[in-house]
Design a protein around this ligand. Structure first.
Ligand code: GMT
Length: 383
């Protein structure tokens, strides 16, 4: 198949998932065209089946806000026509589903039907999407997509609960590539971070409010009072300055390291003993899955899609997002004894295997085939 992929190319879950889908499909022989405003971060190497089309800004003094949506729609029309694409797969509803609909209408006026699949990732529904600024266009453009997928059962249900959706939403879970994420021997890193053999606790996110990184620090404080430990905070974002201040107030600066954005997170997960993700909202929690693939148990909140990834008492524990005491108590239970930690590590890996990329990618392939077939059964005159 010739597949067009539209996504946010910067750091962030949806762009990472979209890029990995494209890379995986290219390995399986499909021609994959990425259409974005910047080269996706994980699209670093040449591959004969990967193509990249950059959407450029139209600068003009009249535009206080350069019309990116319009530029993207025009680019989609161009790429679909000249690269002869079979399907467009857009990630994150805002604005990609609406832009794809616009491109589809233009192409239809030229006698060509392009099926569109929208993958919902989370905040495009639960946070930004249901904001009245965007809600009408989100509902409309989801309903106009030929196929819709959600990254968890919970996100599917949230979408139906928040919008009037008259179509089936297919759940295709996020996935993990074990060639990259698996427990590596990085003893030298461990020694550098925790020279006295302290436990290493990790959190990775974009440090937005919704991630509750402040609670990671508060949970860590309680763990640290009982168990010699270090906390690695990986990522960056709007909350960073407040978080640094909190570390100082709690006198934890010696035990906490802010590592900023890291590209080889698997190397840091390889030395971690526990992962904490107490988000207020999380449609899936890809970073928790990445930790589990590296045999790291997870302390998480019990919201969104997290209970579909982290299994209570098996791969870690789940609590209400603000229940700091319970999360700390559960973390201590995992970390206190080596045998207990080993069992949680084993269970985390076994659960992560359910999300192996080799099981999930064929689901996307089958879904593309089904959507293309249905689209052309209904509209046999245009191709
Ligand atoms: O919130 C983020 O971390 C970014 C956001 C995105 O779209 O880039 O992540 C969402 O999509 C990820 C990939 O599908 C999911 O793993 C995250 O759970 C989801 N974030 C939220 O729902 C808050």
């Amino acid at each position: 198949m010739k597949i067009g992929i539209v996504c946010y190319p910067t750091y962030g879950g949806s762009g990472v998932v979209a890029t990995e889908i494209g890379l995986g499909l290219a390995q399986r022989g499909h021609k994959v065209h990425f259409i974005t405003y910047k080269r996706p971060v994980r699209l670093a190497h040449f591959h004969e089946n990967i193509f990249y089309h950059e959407v450029t800004d139209a600068e003009y003094p009249l535009f206080e806000y350069p019309p990116y949506d319009t530029a993207l729609a025009s680019k989609l029309v161009d790429v679909v026509n000249y690269e002869n694409l079979d399907i467009l797969h857009v990630h994150y509803a805002i604005p990609h589903a609406a832009v794809a609909y616009m491109a589809k209408k233009i192409l239809l006026s030229q006698g060509r039907y392009i099926p569109v699949i929208t993958t919902l990732h989370g905040t495009d529904i639960t946070l930004v999407g249901k904001n009245p600024t965007f809600a009408p266009i989100v509902a409309f453009s989801i309903n106009k997509s030929d196929g819709i997928t959600a990254v968890s059962e919970n996100l599917k249900q949230e979408t139906y609960a928040n919008f009037e959706i008259n179509k089936n939403i297919e759940v295709i879970y996020n996935f993990i590539d074990f060639n990259r994420f698996s427990r590596l021997n990085k003893e030298h890193f461990k020694k550098a971070i925790a020279p006295e053999g302290e436990r290493i606790i990790t959190h990775i996110s974009n440090f937005r409010k919704v991630k509750r990184v402040d609670n990671v620090i508060r949970i860590f404080k309680k763990i640290h009072e009982i168990i010699p430990s270090k906390l690695l905070l990986i990522g960056d974002g709007p909350e960073r300055i407040k978080l640094e201040k909190l570390c100082r107030e709690l006198e934890l600066c010696d035990a906490i390291r802010f590592l900023g954005k890291q590209s080889a997170v698997e190397e840091l997960l390889a030395v971690s003993d526990l992962f904490i993700i107490p988000s207020e909202n999380e449609s899936f929690g890809l970073s928790a899955l990445e930790a589990m693939a590296c045999e790291v148990p997870v302390i998480s909140s019990n919201i969104g899609g997290l209970p579909e990834v982290n299994i209570q008492g098996v791969t870690g524990f789940l609590s209400n997002p603000d229940n700091i005491d319970e999360m700390a108590k559960n973390a201590i239970q995992i970390l206190a004894k080596d045998e207990v930690l080993q069992q949680f590590r084993k269970n985390a890996l076994a659960q992560a295997k359910r999300f192996d990329i080799d099981n999930i990618l064929p689901q996307y392939e089958r879904y593309y085939e089904q959507i293309i077939k249905t689209a052309f059964q209904e509209k046999p005159m245009v191709r």
